[in-house]
Design a binder for this molecule. Structure first.
Ligand SMILES: [Fe+2]
Ligand SMILES: [Fe+2]
Length: 421
């Protein structure tokens, strides 16, 4: 018997122990043969794993890779291991993420030629820059001075500030927020598309903003609207050192995973975590635009030496994108919780309120591991054990969260014209 992730349980498997969900609700007794309808019920009740007779997680893994040539499996393993070089593979959480990435890559491979492709390409997608480091680097960055300048990034539309005021005003009503958002036709259309997508999975179509506000709640809808605003405003800034499309894919995936984790944590306003994940690396846009020589050297050194960009930012500029991002959010007068999540997403244990930074930290690591877009970081950063403890979930939840991400991401990317096809 063995604990198997729900995503790998198939009809016909037999339960080795009574199955209950997280809240202790009894679902199916020991010895029962699992049927398709049971799997649907397990999903509804948030079951993440089950004890199954005669199968282990390793057996499941073996089955997926058994039909492939050993050379392909070996090439995949090598490639994924290289991607995880800065992580501790003995940590069960990281190992589970590694396993998911390996299986995902294996599943994507159809032919033997893929070995060559794997040997040539990185798992991450980021723009290639010339392989040279510019001599005579620019002076180190003073983040406070940098942020004081009139930053040449797109200005956020007036509606953004109005929504921000409405969120922070406790007397605002659902009608107030629907009115503010309704003034922007583009925003309203995007918002309704997302509300009607798999991101929410509502069974019936929601065709008016007022209805969306009623179903989602004022704060949730406003927070989502702010995220859409930031994305729309920044969507067209010119590619400088990185591919902007890839940057936003990374950001949206990180936001979506953050929201999925927040759901498992029982957060009321999960959109707040979507927004935090969406803007977690926004400081990089400032660095790439304002100190391109330093930023370029940091990216190049990271690439040449297989090091983490985050650490190289410190060495090259004496500050990093988390500080710059947090200062930018302060300048925009965004809620303190967002500033906290952005400032500490690489070091949640340094925050006085570590849960939200820990969620974005994990979501960022998962996004980089899965190779969805890139904000410049090529290798998977290490997971803070304290952050995982703070989140307090079973490692087996990772594969389920990845399934949920796959289910939701495509439609959101399509709303912003960021889908691959
Ligand atoms: Fe980051
Ligand atoms: Fe990131």
């Amino acid at each position: 018997m063995g604990i198997i992730n729900l995503s790998e349980i198939t009809p016909g498997m037999v339960l080795a122990a009574d199955l209950r969900n997280n809240d202790g609700r009894f679902l199916l007794s020991k010895g029962s043969k699992v049927a398709s309808k049971d799997i649907r019920i397990f999903k509804i009740w948030g079951v993440i794993e089950a004890d199954i007779e005669g199968v282990t997680q390793n057996d499941v893994e073996e089955k997926v890779i058994s039909h492939l040539e050993p050379a392909i499996v070996e090439a995949v393993e090598k490639k994924v291991r290289k991607h995880f070089v800065h992580t501790n593979l003995e940590d069960p959480v990281i190992y589970e993420l590694f396993r998911c990435c390996k299986i995902r890559t294996v599943k994507a491979i159809k032919t033997k030629d893929s070995v060559e492709i794997l040997n040539m390409q990185d798992l991450t997608s980021s723009n290639e820059i010339e392989d040279t480091i510019v001599e005579g680097t620019a002076p180190p960055v003073n983040p406070v001075e940098l942020i004081k300048q009139d930053i040449n990034l797109p200005t956020l539309p007036t509606v953004f500030m109005q929504i921000n005021d409405t969120i922070q005003n406790p007397t605002s009503s659902a009608i107030d927020i629907a009115k503010v958002i309704g003034n922007d036709i583009n925003l309203s259309a995007k918002l309704l598309k997302i509300v009607n997508s798999a991101f929410y999975g509502f069974p019936n179509k929601i065709d008016t903003l007022t209805r969306a506000v009623t179903i989602l709640g004022t704060k949730q809808l406003s927070t989502l609207a702010m995220g859409i605003n930031i994305l729309t405003a920044f969507n067209n800034i010119p590619d400088c050192l990185i591919d902007m499309k890839s940057f936003w894919m990374h950001s949206i995936a990180c936001g979506t995973i953050s929201r999925i984790i927040a759901n498992y944590q029982g957060f009321q306003n999960t959109e707040r975590l979507f927004l935090a994940g969406l803007i977690h690396d926004i400081g990089r846009l400032v660095l790439y635009n304002y100190t391109p020589i330093n930023a370029r050297n940091a990216i190049q050194k990271a690439k040449n030496n297989d090091r983490l960009l985050y650490e190289l930012e410190h060495e090259t500029m004496n500050c990093d994108h988390t500080t710059i991002g947090a200062l930018l959010l302060k300048k925009w007068k965004l809620p303190k919780s967002l500033e906290n999540a952005v400032r500490y997403h690489h070091s949640p244990k340094n925050s006085r309120d570590p849960l939200e930074p820990a969620i974005v930290h994990l979501a960022d690591i998962m996004t980089i591991a899965l190779g969805i877009g890139s904000s410049g970081e090529r290798l998977v950063p290490p997971l803070e054990p304290e952050a995982w403890k703070c989140i307090g979930l079973s490692p087996n939840i990772l594969s389920l969260m990845i399934d949920q991400l796959d289910n939701q991401l495509e439609e959101i990317l399509r709303v912003f014209n960021l889908n691959e096809s």
